[in-house]
Design a protein around this ligand. Structure first.
Ligand code: PMP
Length: 471
């Protein structure tokens, strides 16, 4: 088999042609990764972290191959980005053609067709049959920030309502909207004003049904902010960084009804949950919710930086002409990639594929929860699935276990990401191009990691420690 070592000076090409296997040739990290890590220490800000200790050389299908020739099963998709696969053939081809024609003109100076076509595609794909418009940006945070600007321009109001456990980005406004202090906000204030946080529906922890959880949140908004002051409610239909929290049935529709009744712009932040990930094109479709604005990024362009705000024409057209934009917003290479990614979703039936991947993940993780009482909750929709780790029989978070499992899985050739306000959630969001056999193999590794951890730490460690401490 050809590896980096066999072909000095050449990197393997990525894409689905890479062998779809877990293959460890060196210890993890290997010597080449260790050398890069040493260089990095002297060159890259220590404030930028990396979850994995190895450096990428190629990726495709469901694997990431590192610079030492090790092949890892990828259960994270670079945080929900490579939904259509890494170095996906249509994307590679379209970007190559585009950059050979022109790399940039700036849509605000000399516009081009692919921007218009991406807008048309997003207008069609997002929920609702009403007239829509789209504006393109570069990062998810930028899309969220612009959605707030648009909602304020449309309503003439200022307040923005967000939720517990929310993650919306790292710019000043989106930091204010993000819930978790460490590491996203710590020491970075002062934050933008007029951002108000309401309690979310979190079935594993609050035991409330959807309408009751919505009433709790909306009562607080009415009393503490006042409906007439609210420009927008921004909500992730399934929370991403906050812990893959699926609100109880009826929560999102109740929030949407209230927003409509009070002239508040409902913004669905689908940056992580959108674009085929959940077994629907957009996660709010699972509850028939039609948001006024939808923010998208991550998966929409197969790995190139692109984001969008899409929504009701009269809201999107509210800011003054020239009020929205940015040098790179809707970069032509990213637009070409997005059109290719959309084509891939259609041609390869990836919405249906996400539902299938989700079935496999749920079946395997529920079996794991039976075997290991530290897996307190398995939840998600489609290929956006989480396992929340707790002291057995309680909701007390066990972040140390999540950290140990992710590190041990990497040592055995599987990339697993963590999330959650308490850092105690494992999240599973593989590329939808991962073959079933590799997915099952990766989950076998995860089972073995949990079994070994149980043998070493005992399955009741966290619970008994907590009880002992309180006694
Ligand atoms: N919103 C959500 C729901 C996200 O998950 C993220 C990224 N994790 C963002 C916004 C910010 O996106 P970006 O990192 O591209 O700025």
């Amino acid at each position: 088999m050809t590896t980096l070592d066999d072909r000095p000076g050449t990197a393997p090409l990525g894409g689905p042609g890479l062998p779809q296997e877990i293959r460890l040739r060196t210890e993890v990290p290997g010597p080449v990764s260790r050398e890069l890590a040493a260089r990095r220490t002297g060159a890259v800000s220590a404030a930028v972290g990396s979850a994995m200790p190895f450096y990428a050389a190629a990726a495709g299908g469901g694997v990431v191959v590192d610079v030492d020739g090790n092949s890892f099963a990828d259960l994270g998709s670079g945080i929900a980005v490579t939904t259509v696969g890494n170095a996906a053939p249509h994307v590679v081809e379209a970007v190559g053609e585009q950059v050979a024609r022109f790399t940039h003109t700036c849509f605000m100076i000399t516009p081009y067709d692919s921007y218009v076509e991406v807008a048309e595609e997003l207008n069609r794909a997002t929920p609702g049959e009403h007239a829509k418009r789209t504006a393109l940006f570069t990062s998810g945070a930028e899309a969220v920030e612009n959605a707030v600007k648009i909602a304020r321009a449309h309503t003439g109001r200022q307040a923005v309502v967000v939720f517990d456990h929310a993650y919306h980005g790292r710019t000043n406004l989106t930091m204010a909207m993000t819930a978790k202090n460490m590491p996203y906000k710590n020491g970075f204030g002062p934050f933008a004003p007029e951002v108000y946080r309401a309690p979310l529906s979190y079935p594993f922890r609050d035991g409330l049904d959807g309408p009751a959880a919505a009433a709790r949140a909306l009562d607080l908004v009415e009393k503490q902010v006042g409906a007439a002051n609210v420009a927008a409610i921004v909500i992730e239909p399934i929370q991403g960084e906050g812990g893959f929290i699926v609100p109880a049935a009826g929560f999102l529709p109740a929030i949407a009804d209230w927003a409509r009744a009070h002239g508040v712009v409902l913004v669905a932040d689908e940056v992580q949950s959108g674009f085929a990930r959940t077994g629907a094109m957009f996660a709010c479709e699972h509850e028939g919710v039609v948001p006024d604005l939808v923010t998208t990024a991550k998966g929409i362009a197969g790995g190139l930086p692109l984001s969008a705000v899409t929504g009701r024409a009269e809201i999107m057209d509210a800011p003054v002409t020239g009020g929205l934009g940015g040098t790179y917003g809707g970069n032509p290479a990213a637009c070409a990639a997005a059109l290719a990614a959309m084509r891939t979703v259609r041609e390869e039936g990836l919405v249906e594929r996400a539902a299938h991947v989700g079935d496999v993940l749920q079946r395997r993780l529920r079996a794991l929860a039976e075997a290991d009482p530290r897996v307190g909750d398995v939840r998600g929709r489609g290929a956006m699935v989480a396992a929340e780790l707790v002291a057995p029989g309680t909701t007390t978070p066990d972040a140390a276990l999540a950290k140990r499992v992710a590190a041990a899985a990497a040592q055995r050739g599987v990339i697993v990401l963590t999330c959650g306000t308490d850092g105690n959630v494992l999240r599973f969001l593989p590329p939808l191009t991962m073959p079933d056999a590799l997915l099952e193999e990766a989950l076998d590794v995860l089972d073995a990691v949990f079994a070994d951890d149980r043998a070493e730490h005992g399955s009741a460690t966290a619970a008994s420690t907590a009880v002992t401490a309180e006694d």
